[in-house]
Write a protein that binds this ligand. Structure first.
Ligand code: GDP
Length: 480
């Protein structure tokens, strides 16, 4: 069917020469441009491992597939710095902490360099490097996750010791849990006279965050972000946590990663902050980013310093893309500009890919089919209600549902209107939202419609439970 070693190289993200060599080892002598027969392609696909065949059949333009494939690479693994996100309730000190870290803990050579807000930065702590994502808050975090970018390794939960656990603290905990990232608790503002860190610890125990000296496994650090107290200890704990996680990547391959943020600059054109997650990126690399492509023209760090190469976990600001990508898009460096352009252009034509991904969300109407196909092991639900009593009643009853071993998993609950954070969490986690005696905010309603998140509103608890159970059994009456 006309496919040659060059085509296969693009699809498998390997040099054509490597494909030719591999074919030679398999006893097939061809040059890069010679068409291969179906059997040869199959043997080659088998040799590259499970999934390669599907990749060949799919499309060379599927950046997400290439990204997934490269992220799974287990060759030449080396330690990489952790990527950390700071979350917590408003005014608890996230920005103060990020600013403090940004201005301290830099290397001597970089002192005096003006930091620019590029969406992420790195700090040095003794021999270690830590990457911080600079947009505090769980909304940005979960929006990126909804777009398929799971870039955060560790979440720092900032809780003000004079204020304690607040609604967004709980949201942040559930967002971090849904993403599967470990949480380090930074109890902040301990300098304040009315600070009560022990009370924060007690409150967090209810959410499963229990310090080691209470028999749990969550790291707690008391800090004052404003006065820079105990920040070194917090950094020590981040390093410790990351060592336990054995974070690794292969620096010896073409770079892949995710977009942290992007904008159009009057003079420079498209400017994007990329986080390298695997491989090493170089100036001049041909690259496909989301729906756009180009060549890495300039590459700078958060201090405006030019970099020639960027290794795993390094955030860099690049120019040279044709258009402005979106936060959460994946990028893949290609061996040559021609294939990057081909993939980029094909990808641009498939902007509806996005729509397809959105319609993939689970709804009560398609739930039964998803369960039947065995794709889902549990039904994830977000509950919002007018009072805590209703939240608990609903959660308890829903958790008792058991349809042939499939159970309901409550990923977040809260009192009050359904907000954008709830929708983002549901979108990223493929969950259904149930509102009891509450409505969505207008923004949340619009977001749920565009993200195609299923949101069910009820006034009678029994009806809410019955609806979920019927949907799981495939007995839901169609709604017209
Ligand atoms: P964010 O909304 O979580 O980003 O909170 P901010 O970082 O903007 O902090 C809110 C307020 O708390 C600001 O006035 C900070 O100066 C203050 N603040 C932050 N950290 C501390 C701290 O450790 N001690 C004291 N006393 N105030 C703090």
């Amino acid at each position: 069917d006309g496919m040659n070693a060059q085509d296969l190289g693009k699809i498998l993200h390997r040099e054509p020469a490597e494909i030719v060599k591999k074919l030679f080892m398999l006893g097939v002598m061809v040059n890069q441009n010679q068409s291969l027969d179906k059997d040869t392609i199959e043997i080659l696909a088998a040799d590259y491992g499970i999934g390669a065949e599907e990749k060949i059949e799919e499309n060379i333009s599927d950046i997400d597939t290439l990204y997934d494939q490269e992220m799974e690479n287990t060759e030449h693994l080396e330690n990489r710095p952790p990527v950390v996100t700071i979350m917590g309730h408003v005014d608890h000190g996230k920005t103060t902490l990020l600013d403090h870290l940004r201005h301290s803990h830099i290397t001597a050579g970089e002192a005096g360099g003006i930091t620019q807000a590029i969406g992420a930065y790195q700090v040095r702590h003794s021999d270690n490097v830590i990457t911080f994502l600079d947009t505090p808050g769980h909304a940005a975090f979960t929006e990126m996750r909804a777009r398929g970018a799971n870039v955060t390794d560790i979440t720092i939960l900032v809780v003000a010791a004079d204020d304690g656990v607040m609604p967004q603290t709980i949201e942040a905990i559930n967002h971090a849990k849904a993403a599967g990232t470990p949480i380090i608790v930074a109890v902040n503002k301990v300098d304040k006279p009315d600070a009560n860190p022990a009370h924060v610890t007690e409150q967090l125990a209810e959410y499963g965050l229990i310090p080691e000296d209470w028999g749990g496994d969550t790291i707690f650090v008391n800090i004052s972000a404003k006065f820079g107290e105990n920040i070194d200890e917090l950094l020590d704990m981040i390093v410790l946590q990351s060592e336990m996680m054995e974070l690794k990547a292969n620096p010896d391959q073409a770079a892949v990663g995710s977009v942290i943020e992007a904008r159009l600059d009057q003079g420079k054109g498209s400017v994007a902050t990329l986080l390298v997650q695997q491989g090493t990126m170089h100036v001049g690399d041909p690259i496909v980013v989301g729906h756009t492509f180009g060549r890495v023209r300039t590459m700078t760090n958060e201090r405006g310093r030019d970099l020639k190469k960027a290794t795993p976990s390094t955030p860099v600001e690049i120019t040279g893309l044709n258009e402005v990508p979106e936060a959460g898009d994946h990028f893949v460096v290609f061996p040559d500009e021609k294939s990057a352009r081909a993939a980029g252009e094909a990808r641009a034509k498939e902007a509806q890919m996005e729509e397809r991904r959105k319609t993939n969300h689970v709804t009560l109407d398609n739930l039964f089919d998803s369960l039947k196909e065995g794709e889902m092991k549990s039904v994830d639900i977000v509950i919002k209600a007018d009072v805590q009593g209703s939240v608990e009643a609903l959660a308890n009853s829903l958790q008792k549902i058991d349809v042939e071993g499939v159970k309901v998993n409550i990923i977040h609950t809260g009192v009050g209107a359904i907000n954008e954070s709830d929708v983002a969490l549901a979108a990223a986690s493929n969950a259904i939202i149930i509102g009891f005696n509450v409505r969505p905010t207008p923004q949340a309603k619009a977001q749920a419609e565009s993200e195609k998140v299923d949101m069910r509103l009820h006034q009678v608890i029994y009806n809410a439970i019955d609806e979920v159970e019927s949907a799981m059994k495939g007995m839901l009456e169609p709604t017209y």
